[in-house]
Design a protein around this ligand. Sequence first.
Ligand SMILES: Cc1ncc(COP(=O)(O)O)c(C=O)c1O
Length: 399
Amino acid sequence: MTTNNSISVASPVMATYSRFPITIVKGKGSYVWDDQGHKFLDFTSGIATCNLGHVPDVVKGKLEEQLQNIWHCSNLYNIPNQEQLASLLTTNSCGDQVFFCNSGAEANEAAIKLARRYANKVKGSGSSDVVTFQQSFHGRTLATLTATGQEKIQQGFSPLMPGFSYLPYNGSEALEKLHIIKPAAVLLELIQGEGGVIPANKDWVKKLSQICKANDILLMVDEIQTGIGRTGTLFAYEQYEIEPDIISIAKGLGSGFPIGAIIAKEEAAKGFEPGSHGSTFGGNPLATAAGLATVTHILESNLLKHVIQITDYLDQQLQDLKEKYSFIKEIRGKGLLKGLVIEANAIEIVQKAITKNLLILTAGQNVVRILPPLTVTKEEINEFANKLECVFLSLEEGE
Ligand SMILES: Cc1ncc(COP(=O)(O)O)c(C=O)c1O
């Protein structure tokens, strides 16, 4: 590393994140440990990624097995784990075919490309534009940051991609405008995670879906944060009585091993043919071994039932805190994706929580986001509630 006399470079890693001052070196279940041996209760799950807790045995075993056989194989050849995971995902969703990639942004990128190509090559007429929503978050590639309805994410990256427009989330304006715009596709988060843990209204989503169906508009749901059991069903869309044309997933799919995917209905999938999209690593044997083990476990164990039951318990604890602390204004979210709307600076609470050995997140300036693993126990929720209360008390006392 060359250094300039007047500039000191703190880390060789680019400063794209302002990192908290702890170094995590180990994880198991709901806990992580730092390099000093301190133990933290992790209610972030790597931002909705380690849904089975850290280093889950069911996934570890399958990864170790796969490590003995083959790590990588080009998508020019058949990959058995990929076929099996695709089959599991289509059997348990309204979709028919899967494209594998490596991250959430890549999944949304694939969804946007599929929607455009379907409009241009299969329909052959009409708009190839995509409508998304204000406060949404869809990723950091050029197309997905353009799809993201937040200026702060887009700042400095102009020129943005053409072909996107943004409508208000929830409410009749979006429905009225959709009739007029008639885009190729709509990209929707059923709960806006990064945007502040804001759930979509069920009637609104149903109406939106009806408008899409009636006007040949593809409905694409971004389930990157809400999918893989996070809200108590494998996909959150199941609770909205809709059948999206394209579902994008990532995060929880590999229990921490990088993998993303889109699941498309047969008609929408016609937009891709050999050569129109691809990825070197997408769906490689190791990533799909992790995905297969994760989804199989969720479907074959009682985990989704547990999520529904434990959500009630978490809700009760959060409600108790809200009754005690008037600065908690609202509890939002579904399942184990929760947001506490507070009349305070959320980042201060997150920083203070670290000093109490608790990891939680923000979602915007005044929302504390809580994402325990789906395997979380009552005892761990009690520990979380006690630690969070200590944070609130120390803030009240001006510590
Ligand atoms: C709803 C949603 N979409 C897309 C993404 C981007 O995923 P990734 O960071 O894996 O690219 C995220 C990440 O937070 C997300 O929450």
